[in-house]
Ligand binder design. Structure first.
Ligand SMILES: Nc1ncnc2c1ncn2[C@@H]1O[C@H](COP(=O)(O)OP(=O)(O)OP(=O)(O)O)[C@@H](O)[C@H]1O
Ligand SMILES: [Mg+2]
Length: 362
């Protein structure tokens, strides 16, 4: 259950209003909204979606470095969509996550106060400069102490995104860490064990671990699709980005005589990402050695560079954990009823925007 601390406006009055999920990264703004009403079986229809480019230097590793330019992008988004209410994702680079426990059925109004005491020992910035949210993990009535996951941000980080929205004429309803939004979209609701989400974007790879629906760990590796293009350019000479994307997605890591140059070049970079993922996985398994149910049972890939051919197989083989490309529509609708308007390849980058949009209706 999410407490909704990052909610700026109390939600009930707005629940029926169209609310757009907005995922802002260093290089792009992606948005998506479902129609406010669901079908009887709970499935959804998409109202609007799209993306805008964020110029270099506006956001740097999640930090707003040019507020004026960000306002300009958000204004463009508002003009294009007519949106007013938005749910925004926050960069995981800036987040602090920790887990704690508290007595089962602690009254709501006491939870925050208790957690404030725990901030000091878990977050390296003064508690008054922190915004935090928490999620109490489901437990049965007999459980004495329940697990609570907490995510904290420097106040300034949230404030800068909030100010940019307001200046652009938007009303932010909530903020949420990017990987948590992605998890809402791609992780099947009845999944057992923990899942590792790997968001392989353009400039970075976000790694998140989700257990019982709660995001418990995040980390970022500074390697993305751009680095794959760079190594290809070194080997193949300068080629347009679209051509390189095609090479990545059709040859990729797959073994074959004529593709060995491509494969070796890509492998030199992707193996570094794999090592980073493996290290985090080991750390997690050490940390949760006492609890078998927390073992990672699946790696779910999303982000545009999840398209790299052969990537799931390579991860499955080297990590020893089944790796799949995520279905970003997993919790929105089934393909039997709906043909998504966003092509599959393109859709991997939309996981966070979809998760945010789902929040406004679930
Ligand atoms: N079919 C495809 N459609 C879109 N992007 C693709 C496709 N195939 C590969 N890519 C690559 O995916 C990357 C974009 O991914 P994504 O949209 O997740 O990034 P981003 O969220 O904008 O960036 P970041 O999270 O790194 O700041 C680019 O490097 C692009 O080349
Ligand atoms: Mg991204």
């Amino acid at each position: 259950m999410l407490s909704g601390l990052f909610r700026i406006v109390p939600p009930p009055t707005y629940l029926t209003m169209p609310c757009v999920g907005v995922d802002i990264s260093d290089t792009s703004l992606k948005y998506l909204a479902f129609k406010p009403t669901a079908f009887e079986d709970g499935t959804r229809e998409i109202d609007t979606w799209g993306d805008l480019t964020i110029p270099t230097g506006v956001i740097t590793r999640g930090e707003v470095t040019d507020l004026k330019q960000l306002v300009a992008v958000l204004k463009e988004f508002k003009e294009k969509t007519g949106a007013e209410f938005v749910r925004l994702s926050l960069p995981e680079e800036k987040a602090y996550l920790f887990e704690t426990t508290m007595k089962n059925n602690t009254p709501h109004k006491e939870v925050r106060g208790l957690l404030e005491f725990k901030l000091e020992e878990n977050v390296p910035i003064p508690p008054r400069e922190v915004f935090f949210d928490y999620s109490i993990m489901t437990a049965d009535a007999k459980t004495v102490n329940v697990e609570v996951s907490v995510v904290a941000y420097p106040r300034q980080t949230i404030q800068s995104y909030y100010d940019a929205c307001v200046e652009a004429g938007l009303r932010p309803i909530s903020f949420e860490i990017e990987a948590q939004a992605m998890a809402r979209a791609v992780i099947p609701r009845n999944m057992s064990g923990a899942a590792m989400l790997v968001d392989f974007g353009k400039t970075r790879t976000g790694i998140g671990i989700v257990y019982k629906g709660a995001l418990l760990y995040t980390s970022t590796v500074d390697i993305g699709g751009e680095q794959l293009s760079q190594v290809l350019r070194k080997e193949l000479g300068d080629k347009p980005e679209a051509e390189l994307t095609k090479i990545k997605n059709t040859i990729g890591l797959v073994k074959g005589k004529e593709s060995s140059v491509v494969r070796d070049a890509l492998m030199s970079t992707i193996s570094v990402v794999k090592d980073e993922v493996a290290t985090r996985m080991q750390y997690w398994h050490l940390r949760s050695a006492a609890d078998d149910s927390r073992r990672i049972t699946a790696v779910v890939l999303c982000g545009g560079s999840a398209n790299l051919k052969g990537r799931p197989d390579y991860f499955t083989e080297t990590l020893g954990v089944p790796t799949i490309r995520g279905n970003v529509w997993e919790n929105a609708f089934s393909f039997e009823e709906t043909v998504p308007p966003i092509g599959r390849r393109y859709s991997f980058g939309y996981a966070a925007a979809i998760g945010l949009a789902l929040k406004s209706i679930i």
